[in-house]
Design a binder for this molecule. Structure first.
Ligand SMILES: Nc1ncnc2c1ncn2[C@@H]1O[C@H](COP(=O)(O)OP(=O)(O)OP(=O)(O)O)[C@@H](O)[C@H]1O
Length: 586
């Protein structure tokens, strides 16, 4: 115990400074590796390399904790390779002499590529293989034939090879010289504990063990006790005490107060209803939802795939509700924008998703982020909605608002159909800082403050009132029911706070050339999206069976409706429309 304490090296400033000034050569790195580093344009060791390389070259067990991106991979790879350069008559070759175990397949590939490059640049004859659990037993056997000098893999794959007799425990015991556990802080949390426990009894006492980690945690301590013998513990100061420096200083970090909720099939029914209720009551600005019952398929991924799939693996154990479905029929209130971050799988899914906006008399926008492999789905959808480039018809347009100009113009937009505005309002301080718009500060911050949810809702209500008052279709109704017209005309806005006069218009002095151009663009975009929608809606015949104001709400019995019943429907309910199209043989 006392000896371990003595061996713990928490580097003091002077030691660190000394190490900082050493070259790779002074650390004892082999000439071939020096050449390789030069070709890689790596000039001087990072602090962790400076302290770890000499110790590893001496054959010590090392636990190295240093912040992410600090060069831990080369800190162990350089001495590991150098050790293998030495041709030793004592070396047994029944199994790989060095194992590098990492938590994910992606990391396997990354480390493998790094080793291959170094070996190639050094012009040495070393055989390196990477194995993963997806490989067939015969392929695993073939890769291990020889055997290779270095094996890069995951603990799960090694355990699989052991239990399948592809790797012999006795051979490992005879041949293993160096064991590296990279990203050690993740290995246990990724569920590899049993795999590591199955493997460690076969690690010979003589094997040099290295444990690399970006953070210090109970898991790292557990691994340390499981595998290492009396190691040197290198804790660079920034990881030890000052938590602010775990992440490199050159990373700017932000968080925004975006009120949001997640809706997915893993949640119990009660929670889902509760979230819908809260969303409809305006507690969240954003709802992040999935309509994927097919997420079950996606969950069937191998354990070392990646971080996301690791989480998914845990999720796979959770029973998903096969009756989950928020995009069909559920009547969300005040959804102005539907964003398809992932495209739905088919036209039907698209129609149902975007039908969550533009409900009743509201207008809405949908924005689809389409990756190249989703283009076929987009084409299918475009042909379904009747888009034809040859005929110049295009209801799904290229999104026009992501230009710098458009962002500029949103600074001055008081009312927008786009929910984006709220994000913009919240981002004002950052945008201003980033783009140095000091001239506009006072005005734009005032604008941002004034764009409240109520202000936006009222403005939309006003639009709606105007539409109804000017509606040709309702003219006859108002003639026979003048009281309705009277009530509507005198319907007053809820908010007592009129916008301050200086915000009614954007003063000319604030309008630079770019903003003027952007204004035009946004106007065009609104015409294309909002106004067209309204026009389309008004052309539709009233349908009793398609009254969107009677749309099924998951919460209909729980809470009073906020939407006032003003008459019939414009039939602008995508979901109903789609059902009708479906019946026609979609
Ligand atoms: N001495 C060096 N000088 C300049 N660049 C280096 C040096 N050593 C490593 N690098 C580069 O720094 C980057 C980060 O290195 P590496 O991936 O080893 O970091 P890490 O500490 O393992 O990070 P993480 O904990 O996130 O895995 C790599 O692109 C690597 O090539």
């Amino acid at each position: 115990m006392a000896e371990t304490k003595l061996k713990e090296t928490v580097h003091q400033e002077e030691e660190k400074e000394e190490a900082d000034n050493q070259s790779f050569e002074e650390l004892g790195v082999d000439a071939r590796l020096l050449r390789a580093l030069q070709k890689k344009e790596i000039e001087k060791p990072t602090p962790i390399q400076a302290v770890a390389i000499p110790l590893i070259l001496e054959g010590k067990d090392v636990v190295a904790r240093a912040k992410t991106g600090s060069g831990k991979t080369l800190a162990y790879l350089l001495p590991l390779l150098q050790k293998l350069f030495i041709v030793s008559a004592d070396r047994k070759k029944l199994a790989p002499n060095a194992f590098v175990l990492v938590p994910t397949r992606e990391l396997c590939q990354q480390v493998y590529a790094e080793v291959l490059l170094l070996v190639e640049l050094c012009r040495v004859q070393l055989k390196v293989v990477q194995l993963n659990s997806n490989m067939l037993p015969n392929d695993l056997r073939a890769a291990l034939a020889g055997p290779p000098d270095i094996l890069i893999s995951t603990p799960a794959c090694v355990a699989k090879c052991l239990s399948g007799g592809i790797l012999k425990a006795a051979s490992i015991n005879e041949s293993l010289e160096t064991l590296v556990l990279d990203e050690a802080d993740l290995l246990l949390s990724y569920g590899y504990e049993n795999d590591i426990k199955a493997f460690t009894p076969h690690v010979p006492r003589s094997c040099q063990c290295l444990l690399m980690s970006a953070t210090s945690s109970a898991d790292v301590d557990k691994l340390k006790k499981l595998i290492l013998h009396n190691p040197f513990i290198l804790t660079l100061p920034e990881v030890g005490n000052n938590k602010d420096e775990i992440i490199p200083k050159n990373v700017q970090q932000f968080w925004f107060g975006i009120r949001s909720a997640v809706l997915n099939p893993e949640l119990p029914q009660n929670s889902r209803l509760h979230i819908l209720e809260e969303f409809n009551a305006g507690l969240f600005d954003y709802l992040i939802a999935t309509d994927l019952s097919q997420s079950k398929e996606k969950d069937e991924v191998s354990k070392e795939s990646n971080v996301v799939s690791r989480k998914s693996r845990k999720r796979a154990k959770v029973k998903l509700d096969s009756e989950f479905g928020v995009v069909r029929g559920v009547d969300f209130k005040n959804v102005f924008t539907v964003i398809n971050f992932e495209m739905p799988q088919n036209v039907e899914g698209y129609v149902h998703r975007i039908g969550r906006t533009g409900r009743a008399y509201n207008s809405g926008t949908s924005v689809s982020l389409v990756s190249p492999d989703e283009m076929a789905t987009l084409e299918e959808i475009r042909s379904f909605v009747g888009d034809d480039e040859n005929k110049g018809t295009s209801s799904i347009a290229v999104f026009p608002l992501l230009t710098k100009n458009a962002v500029e113009s949103l600074r001055h937009a008081l009312v927008s159909d786009l929910l984006v505005l709220w994000v913009t309002a919240k981002m004002y301080p950052y945008m201003l800082k980033l783009e140095c718009m000091d001239l506009h500060v006072a005005h734009t911050l005032d604008v941002a403050k004034s764009v409240t949810r109520i202000a936006v809702r009222e403005s939309r209500a006003q639009d709606l009132r105007n539409e109804i008052l000017n509606s040709e279709k309702l003219k006859a109704h108002f003639e026979t029911n003048p009281r309705d017209l009277d009530l509507l005309k005198h319907d007053k806005v809820l908010s007592k706070n009129a916008p301050p006069p200086h915000l009614r218009d954007v003063p000319d002095y604030l309008l630079d050339k770019q903003t003027k151009e952007a204004r035009e663009m946004v106007k065009l975009a609104r015409d294309a999206m909002g106004n067209n929608n309204r026009r389309k809606g008004s052309k539709r015949k009233l349908r009793k069976d398609g009254d969107p104001l009677k749309a099924i709400s998951a919460l209909a019995s729980k809470r009073p409706r906020k939407v006032r019943k003003t008459g019939g429907s414009d039939g602008n309910n995508s979901s109903d429309r789609h059902k009708r199209k479906n019946n026609k043989g979609l």
